[in-house]
Design a protein around this ligand. Structure first.
Ligand code: URA
Length: 435
């Protein structure tokens, strides 16, 4: 087999065989980067069908270890969100489903750029450990029903190599490549049921609904092709989710939702829908019954207790969950007021994420340190009417010198109008339930 012929075949729009795809993935590192890059560009323009995308996923899964969850009793479940600003859904959804008897052995990423990572949010709790190895990881899941650790480097290592090349060759935004990248890590992580939360809007990878549906379908096809129960919800990311952006600020909002205490409506709606659909996918009743179970897990306090149990099992201080006022506040807390009256008609979610980064809430390179207390609390969102001088947001930071730039970036992210904008749904639809 010759890589030249494989590139040429894809360039002309032909289907690659599973053997050809496996040859490329096994050869990463020995095949020159310029040839792999040429193939990635050919895939970007010619696409891949479901069989090719599944073969690519499986070749990447086979490049590393698989997590064996067979010793865990019950139906193991996992979720993946394609990410966004203020996206703290994992930390709300997994304690709910764990409280309902569905074990979650979760590997999560760190944040890079304008989006935050679940692992960073959890590390804002003193003592919390995310570098937990094989047996201990499984033991915590067996005992408490959930555990969240950092993504293991041994899971689908080929994806890491391929992603590094995609990142510098402008081939990240290809549906088959994104789908195979995400699903290789999900399949290797071992859960029986996988619910995908595919975001659409100004803060998402997929800015438009059509692209989000295409990505959702590609990922669901891979999951089903690999023998996992897989489905997706398409949810809105045209504004930050909830009101908090930034690590400990978001964790406090998670606790607010799980305490059923003035939850932001959008965040509550998305999280309860995700949780109910996981429970449904795992065959625990009709969707109405699953919705009720999810609601009960919140109102009874059992989901919040699960989160505290997990925090303690992973070395963290559970009193931060029981009393979130313990999280330290940033030294500089500055209010941003509205420069005009009117309706907020649009929010550039990515711009708000970038303002949060200026304040210290995110990292530009993988080595950057995060300021856990930094971030933004939004007081008004898309569709709200504000008067001139009314508070729009509160900025939290240790970097007083960044306040001016972050304020400008934040205000530039907002569009005002005289009339209210059309209402956007939080959930656009689903893929894979056959509904
Ligand atoms: N997340 C991933 O893990 N891979 C991609 O290609 C895009 C987002």
């Amino acid at each position: 087999m010759r890589i030249y012929e494989i590139i040429n075949k894809k360039k002309r729009g032909h289907e690659l065989t599973a053997e050809e795809i496996s040859f490329v993935i096994k050869g990463l590192g020995s095949i020159p980067d310029y040839q792999t890059s040429a193939l990635l560009m050919a895939i970007f323009f010619q696409g891949m069908n479901a069989a090719e995308t599944t073969a690519l996923t499986m070749a990447m899964v086979d490049s590393g270890e698989r997590v064996d969850l067979s010793s865990i009793e019950g139906i193991t479940v996992d979720k993946h969100s394609t990410g966004g600003v203020g996206d703290k859904t994992t930390l709300i959804v997994i304690p709910i489903v764990a409280a309902l008897g569905l074990p979650v052995a979760k590997m999560s990423g760190r944040g890079l750029g304008h989006t935050g990572g679940t692992v960073d949010k959890l590390e804002s709790i003193p003592g919390f450990q995310t570098a937990i190895g094989g047996d201990e990881f499984l033991n915590i899941v067996k005992k408490h029903g959930l555990c969240v650790v950092g993504q293991s480097a041994n899971l689908a290592p080929a994806d890491k190599k391929l992603y590094a090349l995609r990142d510098v060759t402008a081939t990240v935004d290809s549906v088959p490549l994104i789908a195979a990248s995400i699903m290789s890590k999900k399949i290797a992580a071992g859960a029986e049921c996988i619910l995908l939360d595919v975001k659409t809007g100004s803060g998402a990878f997929m800015k438009d609904l059509e692209g989000a549906r295409e990505l959702a379908k590609a990922m669901v096809d891979i999951g089903v092709g690999c023998g996992r129960k897989t489905a997706a919800l398409i949810t809105d990311m045209s504004a930050p989710l909830g009101r908090a952006v930034g690590n400990s600020l978001e964790l406090k909002e998670v606790i607010q939702v799980l305490s059923n205490n003035e939850s932001p409506k959008d965040l509550y709606e998305v999280c309860t829908a995700l949780a109910a659909n996981i429970v449904f996918l795992a065959g625990q009743g009709t969707i109405e019954e699953c919705n009720k179970k999810v609601h009960d897990a919140i109102t009874s306090g059992s989901a919040l207790k699960k989160l505290a149990d997990m925090v303690e099992a992973q070395g963290g201080d559970r009193t931060y969950i029981e009393d979130p006022s313990r999280f330290p506040l940033a030294p500089f807390i500055v209010e941003v007021t509205s420069p005009q009256k009117g309706y907020i008609s649009e929010m550039d979610t990515e711009g708000i994420g970038l303002a949060g980064m200026d304040l210290g809430a995110g990292r530009e390179t993988a080595e950057d340190k995060i300021d856990f207390s930094a971030g933004i609390i939004l007081h008004a969102k898309t569709g709200d009417y504000v008067e001139k001088g009314q508070p729009l947001a509160t900025l939290h930071t240790s970097r007083s010198a960044s306040v001016e730039t972050a304020t400008k970036k934040f205000l530039n992210s907002l569009t005002f109008a005289e009339a209210p904008p059309p209402q956007r749904p939080m959930i656009y639809g689903n893929v894979g339930f056959g509904l």
